[in-house]
Every structure is written in C-alpha cells, then in structure tokens.
Design a protein around this ligand. Structure first.
Ligand code: GLC
Length: 667
C-alpha cells in the first residue's frame, strides 16, 4: 500500500509515474512525527535503514548522516555527505518494516541516528514535497511496490554488457587503435572504447576534432568491423563562442539557464566560459536531445553524460572574491597567514558554490524557478533530453546511455556510473555497497570506474576489482588523466586478465537474463543477504557479500595481498571457481568458511536449490567477438543442481521492447 502526503506546493519531478491520490493530512504520516525542521521517526534498537541509492558508507545507513544534493566531489572519503546522485528512498527494517520516498529535488538531509542514536530525522531545505509511505508484505515487496510506481527501468543494448575500456583521454584515432590492438594481442575480450573530452574541438559538445579524428565516420566503421563500439562523452556546459552553432542557437532561443535579471548565466567548466542549457524547459530539452544526431549520423550508438550536477569550476562572483583579497594585500611585502588562509578558502570555494546555484534560474513549463529548489533534477533532465532525442533519432533501437548525476525517475531513461572514485581498496567495497541501494531506487544499469579513476592503480587492485565488475551490468575500466596507464594489457601476465574478463562473457546468459528479470519483475539484481534470508540474524551483519539475481552469491576480495577471504554461507552452496575455459566446483555447508580466491579466478556461490546458465568452455576465439556472438552463438551449459528450475529471459538485444516481446524459457 502506498500513501502520498503532500506538503506545500511541490514541483512535478516525474519520479513517480502512477497516479496516487494526495492526502493533505499530516496525521497520515503514521510512523513519523512532523517536527519544526522536518520529520522524525523513533527507531527501534535493532532497526536497520537501507537505501539512499548512491550514498556513502554502509549498506545499513544507520549511524551517520547523508545529504541528497548532487555534488561533483571526486574524493569519496568516509566523511563525505553527498555524492553525485540524489535518491531519497529508504526502507526502515525492524519492529516495523516500511519504505519512505521524499519527492523533493532540493537539498534533503537524512540524519539516521547521527545526532540522536534512536532518531531518524528527515530534514528538507524546502518544505514543498510529496512524502510517500510504502507498506507491504516484507522488504522485497516494498521495493517492488516502489519500483512499480516509479516506472520501468532502462534497458541498454546487449552489447553494453561486454567489457569496456575508458581513459581520460585517448587523444586521437591512433591512441584508440593502440588500445584495441593491445586487447587483441593479449586475447582479452573488449566490446567498447570510450572517448573522453579531448575528442571534441575545444571541448564543444557535438563537435569532433578534425585534427585528432580526421575521418571520424570511417574510424567508427573501422572499429565496428572489429566489434568495438565507440562511446563519446557529452558534457552539460555549452562553450560560449560566437560562430558555434549550439551556443548561438541556445542563446537566440533563450534556452540557457538565466541569472536573476534574466540574462544567460555564465559559469566556467572544461571549455572555459559556458552556459548551461535549461534542461527543465521542455523545448530546450527537445532541442538539445536532437543534437545527439550529429554523432549517431557518424555511426555512434552510445553516450555518457557528464558534469551534470551541474559541476561549476568558477563564476565571476567567485573570481571577484579572490581578486578582492589579493588587491587588499598587494601593498604589503609579506602576505599575512590570515590572508593566506582566507585566500585558500576562497579558492576552495570557487567550484560548485551554493551561492552560484542560488543565483541560477530555470523556466519550468513557464514558471521561473530558482535552481537551488530543483538542483537534483538537472542531470536527470539532461539525460531525459538525450534519451527522448535518441528515441526520435533511432526509433525502436536501444542506445547505450548513462549519466553521472541523477534523481529517481532518471532510471527510466538511462543508467549511471558512480563517478570519480579512487584506486583504493576501500572503493571496491563502496562500489559493492551501492549496488543494492541503487537497485532499490530503480537504477539497474550501473557500475563504478573499475581499477579506480583517481590515483595510480596496481595490477592486484585492478584484478580484484574486475572480479567484482564481472557481475555489474556496466563493466568499465576508467582512469583519470595523469594516472598510470590502466588498460589490462599494460600489466604483466595478461593471461590473468584474460581469464577474469572471459568469465564475464561466460556468465552473460545468466547476467543478462537476471537483468531483464529485474526490469520486468521490479526485482533487485543485487540484494543484501538480509533481504533474502530474513530469519538469519547473521545476515544483517554481512555487508561485503551480495546475492546477484536469484541464484548466486558473490563475496569479492577487497584486501591487498590475500589469497582468499572469509565467507558466510546462509545455506549450503556450490562454490564455483571460474576461469577462462573451465571451473572447479565444491560443495560447501552452511556456515563460515575461508575460501581461496586466486587472482586469476572469479569465485561465486550457487544457492542450494538453483542452477545457472553459462557459456560452455569450448568457445575458443569466439569470446573476442562481441556479446551478441557469445550469447547467441554459443552452447549453454548449467552450473548448480541439475533438477533445479530456471527461467531464462531473453530478447533480441537491440530493439526497444516491452515484457510481451521477450521470451521466457523455463528450464
Ligand atoms: C569528470 C568525469 C570523468 C571524466 C573527466 C574528464 O571528472 O567524472 O569520468 O574522465 O570528467 O571528462
């Protein structure tokens, strides 16, 4: 049962697609009390709080606080309160189990036992919101009901389940050729290579540098012939430059975000001075969405949308504040420590400053609205613009699309990646922990920068991270400018990488089937153990293992220099130690085990009464082809209990489809 209680005059976010009758009466809050600042629930001693999508810390969110405010911050250390997405859905699981969704695109704080150990306080900055309470028959049913009201999740083309390589940036055609050849020579399968900001002419959206990619269309064809998809980045900011059509059209038609006086709001991002398209305005959205045609006309069939929190490097206001300090000091020879500190602060405050967000205005269906009130809708609507545009440009065909910033509702149009993480062991675990909470919020095509975006990775870290990435729908290795080269073939003993990445392709029949199932049945593809084994108290303590689909459990290694790890089995399971052309099988009893996990193997556990489809070991070179060949042209074999039943979901992998268009085979 879903209740919707309205406060103030909320904007229409589009997060919920079902019509639900509005209740005005605060009394309907049921579990919550309305306080001066927001809403308070008194938690039972054993209550766990799950959710919040892309958020820091544990699977159980209790004991800290989180702020929903899409933020470009590449250093996800433990004290950070906001990441790139804003996903206001939680489930309180304990004495009472129920879900809460706060539909408000401004800043919302979730204090989950931080100030007071037993209080869950939800504090919205603007009291204009719809407060949803969802009750059901247990935790999975609550997720299902929520997912139903927010609408069906995005399905990418099937090739997007292959292994993908990115770097900021491959500077020209030859740099990309070198990467593809490196993979080919080492026999490691590869499905896509990404094009970061340097493929553009002076970082201008929808342009391709003639100098770096002189024959772009031919180059796309050359790569397609090798079954490699090229995936360019699109940034939110549009460079201010006379003669640049996208800028001129946007300015002429009034499609950019405005300042208080109604002038185009000027910020600086990669291209220098930029304007932000007003993605809250449907006309601007339509205009921007059709621009993707410039690239699809050249054969491109996938995009990643970036810098759409939106990220701001500086504005004139910030620069003036820095200059003022410098001016006042210019007469003295020795700069005072106080001034130095102030200067440091001001420089730190240049990027993504609240005052800048508060000075931006949108035209939302004719209504002028301050950016701060709808901040979390910006990246969502950029991506909606792209998805709708691509629907028109490539009717009936799926396009790969994912975004950095997001809000619930965007899951219908695209996936997300988890932004700029670091080559830290702790970030493998953070990656794992965000998978179920994102699924709760409808985001299914998800993944992190494997190997770590910032800092230098190591061979061991990359291999361990890949062994988790084998299971995430988006499996992309990505690294920042200036870091150590991170493509798998750059390291010693490339056969180990071949072995791990090949397991992804071997597991595709299962992973793709479970993905479709999660979309069409509103299920989570990644579940904490506590969602599945409700009666097993131990499972509430396990935050480094997940159930993937319905049949298997994973327990990735996230520690340096270990040969294995402890795993808790809530039921007897079959341990599979998989490699490129085979697997070892061992039956394990319920309980705690130390399991060996060699660096070049992918270890997972098939549940007691289950079996899963995988590609036979005898596929030879086929693996280096694309995911289509692997799924369609290969013989399937089964791992697990032969007499168990499995529903294999399948479709043609590229058409936009509905549930009726897919085939379900009960084996
Ligand atoms: C941002 C993105 C990152 C990209 C970089 C350059 O930091 O998050 O993935 O590589 O910008 O475009």
């Amino acid at each position: 049962m879903v209740r919707k209680i309205r406060f103030g005059n909320p904007v229409h976010t589009g997060a919920v697609v079902n019509e639900i009758a509005v209740m005005e009466n605060e009394g309907n809050l049921k579990f919550f009390e309305k306080t001066e600042q927001g809403f308070c629930y008194t938690m039972g001693e054993k209550d766990a709080v799950y959710g919040l999508g892309e958020a820091n810390r544990g699977i159980n969110k209790r004991g800290y606080k989180y702020i929903s405010y899409c933020t470009d911050d590449p250093s996800h250390t433990e004290e950070k309160l906001s990441l790139y997405g804003a996903h206001n859905f939680i489930i309180i699981d304990g004495d009472c189990t129920f879900g809460v969704f706060i539909d408000n695109p401004g800043r919302v704080t979730f204090d989950v036992g931080y100030e007071k150990i037993n209080e869950l306080n939800i504090i919205p900055e603007y009291m204009d919101l719809d407060f949803y309470i969802i009750e059901g028959e247990g935790i999975k049913d609550i997720v299902r009901q929520f997912r139903k009201i927010i609408g069906q999740s995005y399905i990418p083309p099937r090739w997007a389940f292959g292994y993908q390589q990115c770097r900021w940036s491959y500077m020209n055609e030859d740099a990309i050729r070198e990467v593809v050849k490196g993979y080919e020579d080492s026999g490691i399968p590869l499905t896509a290579v990404y094009m970061d900001i340097d493929y553009m002419e002076a970082y201008k959206d929808f342009t391709v540098s003639d100098e770096r990619f002189p024959d772009f269309e031919d180059f796309v064809k050359e790569m397609k012939a090798k079954n490699i998809h090229l995936v360019p980045i699109i940034d939110a900011g549009v460079k201010i430059e006379q003669g640049y059509d996208v800028y001129e059209e946007g300015a002429e038609r009034g499609y950019f975000v405005k300042d208080q006086e109604g002038r185009d709001y000027v910020t600086a991002v990669w291209p220098g001075l930029t304007c932000f398209p007003d993605f809250l305005n449907p006309e601007a959205r339509h205009w921007f969405g059709l621009k993707y045609k410039t690239l699809t006309d050249k054969g491109i069939d996938g995009f990643w949308n970036d810098m759409n929190e939106p990220a701001i490097f500086y504005t004139q206001r910030g620069i003036d504040a820095v200059r003022d300090i410098l001016k006042s000091e210019s007469q003295t020879e020795e700069i005072s420590i106080d001034t130095l500190m102030e200067l440091k602060w001001k420089l730190n405050e240049l990027a993504n400053n609240d005052s800048d967000y508060k000075a931006m205005y949108h035209n939302m269906d004719g209504q002028i609205i301050n950016h701060d009130r709808i901040h979390n809708l910006y990246g969502y609507n950029m991506t909606k613009a792209a998805a709708k545009g691509l629907e028109e440009i490539r009717p009936g065909e799926r396009t790969l699309l994912f975004s950095r910033s997001s809000y619930i509702g965007m899951h219908r149009y695209a996936g997300i990646w988890m932004g700029d993480n670091q080559a830290w062991w702790s970030h493998i675990l953070l990656n794992l922990k965000m998978l179920p909470s994102l699924n709760m919020c409808g985001f299914l095509y998800i993944g992190a920068d494997i190997g770590g975006f910032g800092s230098n990775t190591t061979r061991e870290l990359l291999l361990r991270w890949l062994a988790l990435g084998v299971f995430t729908p988006l499996m992309r290795n990505h690294a920042a400018l200036g870091t150590r080269l991170q493509e798998c073939f750059r390291f010693e003993h490339t056969e180990d990488f071949k072995s791990v990445i090949s397991c992804r392709y071997r597991l595709l029949p299962y992973l793709y089937s479970e993905y479709l199932k999660s979309v069409y049945e509103n299920e989570m593809m990644f579940k904490p153990l506590s969602f599945e084994y409700r009666e097993d108290e131990m499972c509430r303590n396990v935050e480094d293992q997940l159930i993937v689909g319905n049949e298997i459990m994973i327990a990735p290694v996230y520690t340096q220099n270990v040969t294995g790890r402890y795993v808790y089995l809530p039921e007897p399971m079959v341990m599979v130690t998989m490699y490129e052309n085979g697997e070892e099988i061992k039956l394990l009893e319920k309980g705690i085990h130390f399991v060996p996990v060699p660096l070049n193997r992918v270890v997972f556990f098939v549940r007691e009464n289950a079996k899963i489809p995988v590609v036979c070991t005898d596929y030879g070179k086929k693996l280096c082809d694309n995911t289509e060949t692997v799924i369609e042209g290969s013989e399937i074999t089964w791992l697990g209990k032969p007499e168990a039943e499995y529903s294999l979901y399948m479709d043609n992998g590229h058409s936009v489809n509905q549930k009726d268009d897919i085939s379900v085979m009960n084996v």
